[in-house]
Structures are given as structure tokens and as C-alpha cells.
Design a protein around this ligand. Sequence first.
Ligand code: AGP
Length: 622
Amino acid sequence: MCGIVGYVGSVPASPSPRPLEVALQGLARLEYRGYDSAGIAVIDDGQVRVAKRAGKLQNLRDALAGEEDTTSPIAIGHTRWATHGAPTDGNAHPHLGGKDDELALVHNGIIENFAALRAELETEGFVFRSETDSEVAAHLVAREMQGTGDLTDAMRAAVARLEGAFTLLAVHRDAPDRVVAARRNSPLVVGLGEGENFLGSDVAAFVDSTRDALEIGQDQIVTVTADEVVVTTFEGELVPEPKRFTIEWDVTAAQKGGHDSFMAKEIHEQATAVADTLRGRIESGKLHLDEMSIDPSVLRSVDKIIVVACGTAANAGNVAKYAIEHWCRIPTEVELAHEFRYRDPIVTEKTLVVAISQSGETMDTLMAMRHAQEQGAKVVAICNTHGSTIPREADAALYLHVGPEIAVASTKAYLGQITACYLLGLYLAQVRGNLYPDEIAALMEDLDQLPAQVQRVLDDAEQVGDLARAMADVSSVLFLGRHVGYPTALEGALKLKEIAYIHAEGFAAGELKHGPIALVEEGQPVFVIVPSPRGRDSLHSKVVSNIQEVRARGARTLVIAEDGDDDVLPYSDVVLRVPATRTLFAPLLTVIPLQIFACELAAAKGLDVDQPRNLAKSVTVE
Ligand code: AGP
């Protein structure tokens, strides 16, 4: 969704390209969030200068060609993901505000009461040039600036009138040394440099320049100059010690590193990702989750767990359900976050809510977790993005530490989320005494083998790539799985839909004969995720029967099975092998061929693997 960047340096002795370069570089780093237009603003010779273009960032760069030098020490920039109004030059941000275009503003979020505000401002003679909700904020701040002469006070007065979700960044010709920003229900972080400071929707916006960052809390305003960052609340109180943090990754993590796409790179980083999520969490045979700031007595009283999440994160939650119920004997529900609060869920002080979100900014998940907290539940966030809203508002946060995930399609974060869920489940079992210490140690030992096993599957990527390229013209693919293979089937189908635009459905294999088998006709490709034959016999043999059922009806069976499982051979057109592990840990391996398949097939079709149509990386509106 929208990306925001801000830069404040010192007044240049002569025209300099630095502010525009930093803003454009920041916007390039935020491209992964998904956008359909881009723009920037600076203040040159006492006038606000704005350039904005629909389409890719290159269009904006072309528009600026030869005019990159500026006398402005500041710049703001924006990538827009259209909500109100089509993706046109006019609707792109920044928007000019005031009767003399004295201000420029960028906005992320949705201003719900914009229609009433627009009518009010039009009556006062303010002219609107876009169809966006955001332009009202530009005129509002400009109007308040006329009264107070102080951009921070003007921002404060303006946000008091706004309803909805917003991050706003404003620059004004009468305050040319600063950027003033405000946030409510929408992300914003500050980067701290030497004689220059930065703002961004996330740290990727400024990681090229600094790894020193500051969290900006809910309902706070930040005034940024070259040498100072002052944070105040919407009520005007100073926030004495805003939380500082160091960005754990460097700029190489935000580059493709020789791969054709970020998705391919992130798939191939998954052995490291699992190792990074596990790192430092076991000490003298005991599981330590330092971030688990919920008192063990509270965890012992938990009588129900509800996982709230969306998309891939919800599929990780579905794996977690099997593990947590098995190890901890706590009833565990998984609910799509956007459905959760509308069904009047039964939540009490004994409910533990687990909010899973790679970005930490998914509005549906944030709202679900707030709803649970209002009813007294404690929330553990499983998240990858430091400083984001969900872990900040949760009662405890478990970070994945898998580095930035740039591709819209989630891969390494999915493996990190599942791994973190295992850690949470084992930690609960340890605290509540559901498993003996030696049982936990044995499970942890097996989990420690997973990074090497993930690498083994990745080493076979070429076989899956060949399969995908040979199938580039398929129009429908089905995915079947039982037990933890079921969420894997859902995830395989989701990957294929979102980046290859192919109709794909994931089913619980047992559901097949209750309807979906009618879809199977001659040549229909069906992936089947087969559980270990060393686990529960009945589970394995039932899935082998399911392969036979679809094959008997003409399906082309693409089977993912453990090394040495020969029972599948008579019924498989293609077998993709994964190393043997515990049934509960298999989702970390069996999903990998499905990720590679989607990635390679999308590439073979010539599609934009990293930025699929209509999708955004973090969905910050409900
Ligand atoms: C994953 O491939 C998707 N792009 C999407 O389903 C994603 O997992 C979902 O939007 C949740 O995002 P989050 O983890 O950042 O909350």
C-alpha cells in the first residue's frame, strides 16, 4: 500500500541533488509495498515544487530529468495505491494545500469524514484538484497554518478534525527547514542521521542512509529538522523518550543478490530464515523466549487460544493449531482477522490471542487484536517488522528475524511464522508442564535439523523449475492435503493465484468426495502433499487413497512425499521429495516446492513476480 518518505538535511550552499536523490531512493525501496503512482515535493526559492506521475517510479524520474538540483534542505515523497480516485497524475501525492499552494502533503490511510470536510473547505474558497480524500488534509493543515504560523500546531489542529487512519507528512514554504508528520492507525518511523534525518512508512525507506531509528507511537506528531526530532502527542504533550532501535539488516538485504526476483531470492534464503528464527532461543536445554513478557501465571491460566491473521499468515496459524493443540492440549481456533470481530467471538481474560503478521501493519489483524484486548485477552504478536504497530500494541511480541521480505508473495516470512509458532507452542508446553523437559529438548533437537533439511529441498529447485516451465499454460491447479498438509495445500494454491494468476484451489483431501472431485477431468494437475508413512499409518494411507481417487479420474498427480516413501510411486506422475521429519514439522519442507513452482511458473509467463497486479505488500486499510 502507500509508501511515504521524508528527508531533512541542512540548507545547501549551492543547489544539491541530495534531497531528491534520498526521496527517490526511499521510494524505490518502498516499491515492494505496491503502488500505482508516485510523487515528491521540495521547497525551492520559497515556492513549493511538486512532481507526480501515474505509473511506475521511472515516469516520475523522467519527469524530473535535468531538474534534480534543489536549494531545498527537505523533501517528501509518496507511492500511492489508489483507494479514492483512479491512479492518475492529479490524484497522485503530494497534494498542494492552501489558497496560494503554500503547502505540500502526503497521506497514507483513509480519511473517513473527507466529504464533510471537503464541503466545508470549498465553502471557504479552497480549490480541490483531485478526487482523493487526502487533499482535505492538505487544505486543513494549510488553513490552520494561516492562524498559528507554526506547522506543528497546524498539524495538531488539523488531525483533531480527521476521522480514519492516516500517516501525514507536510512541508510549508514558511517553515522550509522541517517536515512535520502525524500518525494514527498507519505506520511511521524516523531514521536518525548525522546532520540529517529521515521519515518512512518503514525502515526500508532510509536503510541506505542510517540503521538508527525511532518508533513513532499511535496518535503522535513528530517535527523533524536536520538536528532535532521532537515527538509530541495529539494533545501537545512532549514524549520525552521515544523508543530507539537499530535496524538489524543492511541494504544488501533489500537487493536481489543475483536472483531474477526478490521472491526467488527470499525462497532461497529460507534455510537461514528458519535458523534465524530459532537462534538464541534455547539455553541449557531450556526454551527461552525473552520477549514473552506475559507472566507465566497468566499463560498457565489460558483456556483457549485464538490465532488471528490474514492470507499466508493465517495459513501459518493453521499449522500452529495442530502443533499447539497436540503439545499443550489448549483448544486453538484460527480465525481470519477480518471475520473475527464481526462474529461476536467469545473472548475472556483467559483467552490468549496470537496475532500473526509479517508486516505488523495489517489493519484487519490490528483491529482484531484490539477487539480482543478490549475484552481482557492478552495478545502475543508474531511479527517480522520491528517498530510496526501490531507488536508495539501487543502484550508480548515474538520477532521472526528473517530480514526484510520485499516480494509481495510471502515465503521466508511464512517459514519464520511457522517456526515461531512452534517455539510459542513448546514454550507454552514448558510453562504449563504439558511436556517433560526431555520431550521438549528432543523436539528442539529435531527442529534444529530443519535449516539443513530446508536447504536440501532448495537444492532440488531445478527439478521443480522444469516442471513449472513445462506447465506454463495450465489454467487450473488443485492442491490436496490432510492434517498439517491441508494448510500447505491452501498456501500452495494462494501462491499460484497471487503471482501466476492461475485458478488454484486448496482442499482438505478428505473433503474431495464431498464435492471438489467433480472438478477433476482428464489432465487436471493435482498436487498432493503426502504425510510421513512413519507417522500415523492411517493418515498416510488415506492420502495415498486420495491420490488414487483423482488419478482414476484422469488427474495428473504431482506428489510431494518423504524420501523413501515408495507407496506413492504407482499413482504419481511426478514425485517431489522432501527429507524425513516429524509430521508436525513437515510444513516447513513440503511448502517449498509449491513456492518454487509458483515463482517459476509466473516468471515463465513473463509476469512481474514481485509486484503482482492489484496486490500490496502490507494491507493498511480494512
Ligand atoms: C502472502 O503471499 C500475501 N501477499 C498475503 O496473503 C499476506 O500474507 C497477508 O496480507 C498478511 O500480511 P501480513 O503478514 O503482513 O499481516
